[in-house]
Design a protein around this ligand. Structure first.
Ligand code: HEC
Ligand code: HEC
Length: 452
């Protein structure tokens, strides 16, 4: 009799456990349904319901956020070359988003580097560069104070009213020797950025706390709150750009359209300079579908798949060992291998966007904590982050990093080996762990990076 009794008891306990677990899941689902706002979400519950792997691919296919026809139309907007009649300039860097985001498909990275500059004022605060143009008498005319220096300009004619006589003068932006902080900035990948946008604020701040506790305060990434342009007065944890200067893809699209291409839009209606500004502002017009270009850019980016692993390397024995070494030496304290997006229905971007099914509750492998760290390479530029962010850079996501041959924010590392050895500051103990690996193991870790 004893055995059947025990068996029955075991079955009862198991049944109760199943009920308890399914109750928890039901409660979690209810909790999700109730915490529509990302800031009300319990970050510890994110991903507790089996999250699906996010789709990956350099294949120009939608991730499901839009249908394929819409995806291709939005990509065409991202790829489109703008001209003066479309509002290009007066000062700009390139004529389409794709020019700087295309290796190997639209949305990926590129070899393009930009110029940022500025100086410290008497109180030690960062001030963007005093950007000038020169008129025919050689007099510098100040047009803006900002850290981005545009490298190209349109200036098609004469603007005598402002003392400019083209073609003798041209609107080339210049800075002076007063700008003691000068740095190149490489372009970034935007493929899979819809998943990064769908990461709840709490997931990022939780990472910062956990990382700091687990390393005894040695590695403490900084999360910054930045304005959401489409939700006036609202802020969100920044996650885009080398300084985490933006938190939403619509905000970034608006900023890039103005600052990279000189095209004013509803969220950035004013030109950098009125010189040679011949098209009425804002230049980004509503199309027959009711959308503006910045809406197409952000919808394209949200619909992109994340960068895929290299299919030939992903199961290579050296790569698999390299992945273990990456963890063992501590690279993944910052280059975090897996994150889970907020559940579908979560309201993000200060109320302006709701996480859709295609982007919600997805496991992604960006190899980043999306936090700002001082690894001894900081460029001293401050963008939305306050004085403490000057010497910090965002941990760049390493997904798709095999498509880059000029690494780090300044592109000054041409090998993975060099980029690793440049990590000082908070990363010093990790870099030392890497240094003490055998040459064969160093090569395995680097081979793992080449598979990302
Ligand atoms: C002249 C080159 C250039 C052009 C044109 C350009 N970008 Fe970029 N983009 C960059 C650079 C450089 C960065 C890194 C900026 C930084 O943080 O300093 C970047 C970063 C980004 C990011 C952040 C990616 C991330 O994951 O952090 C987004 C999003 C983006 N660009 C979207 C766009 C869109 C949309 C357009 C077209 C309106 C555009 N870009 C046009 C060079 C360019
Ligand atoms: C303390 C956090 C931290 C740790 C630990 C860390 N990194 Fe980084 N990593 C960063 C930051 C921040 C940058 C950007 C630095 C810059 O651009 O100036 C970076 C940049 C990189 C880049 C360049 C990526 C690109 O797109 O240009 C690679 C590659 C890289 N890290 C690999 C590693 C490896 C391998 C390890 C372990 C040996 C490691 N990192 C450890 C924070 C970290």
């Amino acid at each position: 009799m004893k055995l059947p009794f025990l068996l029955a008891l075991a079955i009862l306990v198991a049944a109760l456990a199943v009920v308890a677990v399914s109750n928890t899941i039901v409660q979690r689902q209810i909790a999700y349904a109730q915490s529509a706002d990302e800031n009300a979400l319990d970050p510890n519950s994110v991903g507790i319901l089996a999250a699906a792997e996010a789709p990956t691919g350099f294949d120009n296919q939608t991730n499901g956020f839009t249908d394929q026809t819409t995806f291709l139309a939005d990509r065409a907007a991202f790829d489109q070359t703008e001209n003066i009649t479309d509002g290009l300039g007066p000062v700009y860097n390139a004529q389409s988003c794709r020019e700087c985001h295309q290796n190997p498909t639209s949305g990926a990275i590129s070899q393009v580097r930009e110029l940022r500059a500025g100086h410290l004022d008497g109180s030690g605060n960062f001030v963007g560069a005093t950007v000038t143009l020169h008129n025919s008498s050689g007099t510098p005319v100040v047009i803006a104070n900002r850290s981005l220096i545009n490298q190209r300009a349109i200036c098609p004619g004469v603007d005598l009213a402002q003392g400019f006589n083209f073609p003798n003068d041209f609107a080339q932006e210049r800075i002076s020797t007063a700008e003691t902080i000068v740095t190149p900035r490489t372009s970034l990948n935007v493929l899979g950025d819809g998943f990064l946008e769908a990461i709840a604020n709490g997931t990022i701040t939780n990472l910062a706390t956990t990382q700091c506790n687990q390393t005894g305060g040695a590695i403490c990434g900084l999360a910054i709150s930045v304005p959401v342009l489409e939700a006036p007065g609202q802020t969100r944890i920044g996650r885009f750009g080398w300084k985490n200067q933006m938190s939403s893809l619509l905000s970034f699209s608006s900023d890039a359209y103005l600052n990279e291409m000189g095209i004013t839009n509803r969220l950035n209606p004013n030109e950098v300079t009125t010189l040679c500004d011949i098209i009425a502002d804002p230049e980004d017009k509503t199309g027959t579908d009711g959308l503006q270009d910045i809406d197409h850019f952000s919808r394209f980016m949200r619909a992109t798949k994340a960068p895929p692993r290299d299919a030939t390397l992903v199961n290579n024995p050296d790569v698999l060992t390299g992945q273990q070494l990456f963890h063992q030496v501590g690279c993944d304290i910052c280059h975090v291998s897996s994150l889970t997006t907020a559940p579908p229905g979560t309201v993000i971007n200060g109320g302006a966007f709701t996480v859709p099914a295609a982007l919600g509750n997805k496991t992604i492998h960006p190899f980043s904590d999306l936090l700002l760290h001082d690894v001894g390479t900081g460029d001293n530029i401050v963008q939305n982050g306050g004085p403490d962010s000057g010497h910090r850079m965002r941990t760049p996501p390493l997904w798709g990093v095999r498509m880059r041959n000029e690494l780090m924010h300044d592109g000054r590392s041409t090998t993975f080996f060099d980029s690793i050895l440049r990590h000082g500051g908070a990363a010093t103990p990790v870099t030392n762990n890497f240094r003490s690996l055998s040459d064969a193991d160093k090569n395995r870790l680097i081979k793992f990076l080449l598979s990302l």
